[in-house]
Design a protein around this ligand. Structure first.
Ligand code: CTP
Ligand code: MG
Length: 225
């Protein structure tokens, strides 16, 4: 295999406020992590899958991936920041991996086809690739209680995951990274690389708050009986 997907699931989910880490919370009968992994295993491309989880949930994650080929699936423990969790995942890459995708477990409804699209564009361009969606709201710059400017929305994109990168360049960028970046594309760009944007998946929204969980439950209620 020449593609790896790192699924970061080691966060606590403080804004969701559930009694378990977010990835292990049930979404329409199955955990958020299981649903995210379904999408990853639904890729056309055969990939190494690296699942990054909290120490406390390592054995639960191992049970979830048990049916998959153990040569292709690894469970590892994450760090205190998302960046640290991605770094832990990168440490598990098999030799021969050329393209790495990083995906938030918290985006369980992302379509498998988007993963394949990102892989294809990383291969053909050699650049980093992020899925982005046009911003629909009017955005204002504010200073305390006052609006100071209206932002030109046509030049903005709301980006999600999976984000894809050439493996060697991403490993080098992580090795030299210092500050805590908001996403992998920012870290990759800070190392001097180009990042492209492809049309994202509206169903790939991130479950952050209880409201997002309800929205995902409703969408699944419409489609998956
Ligand atoms: N993540 C991770 N390791 C961390 C923090 C986050 O693997 N130390 C993962 C989360 O599990 C999630 C993704 O990164 O799949 C996006 O992060 P976010 O939505 O912020 O999840 P949490 O950090 O868990 O949520 P919160 O910020 O509300 O605590
Ligand atoms: Mg977080």
């Amino acid at each position: 295999v020449s593609v790896a997907v790192i699924v970061v699931a080691a966060g606590s989910g403080s804004r969701l406020g559930a009694s378990e880490p977010k990835a292990f919370v049930a979404l329409h009968g199955r955990s958020i992590l299981e649903r995210s992994l379904d999408a990853v295993f639904g890729m056309a491309e055969l990939a190494q899958v690296i699942v990054v989880v909290p120490e406390s949930h390592r054995s639960r994650a191992e049970a979830i991936v048990a049916p998959a080929d153990p040569r292709l699936v690894t469970v590892t423990v994450g760090g205190t920041t998302r960046q640290g969790s991605v770094a832990a995942g990168l440490a598990q890459l098999r030799p021969g991996i050329e393209v790495v995708l990083v995906h938030d477990a918290a985006r369980p409804l992302t379509a498998p086809a988007l993963f394949d699209t990102v892989v294809r564009l990383v291969r053909s361009s050699g650049d980093g690739v992020v899925p982005g969606l046009a911003v629909v709201d009017t955005l204002k710059q504010v200073d305390a209680d006052f609006v100071t400017a209206t932002v030109d929305r046509s030049r903005l994109s709301a980006v999600a995951t999976p984000q894809g990168f050439p493996a060697a360049a991403l490993l080098a960028a992580y090795a030299e990274a210092r500050d805590d970046h908001t996403d992998d594309a920012a870290l990759f760009a800070a190392a001097g690389h180009r990042v492209r944007v492809v049309e994202g998946d509206p169903r790939g929204f991130k479950i952050t708050t209880p409201w997002d969980l309800r929205r995902a439950e409703q969408l699944l209620g419409e489609t998956d009986a």
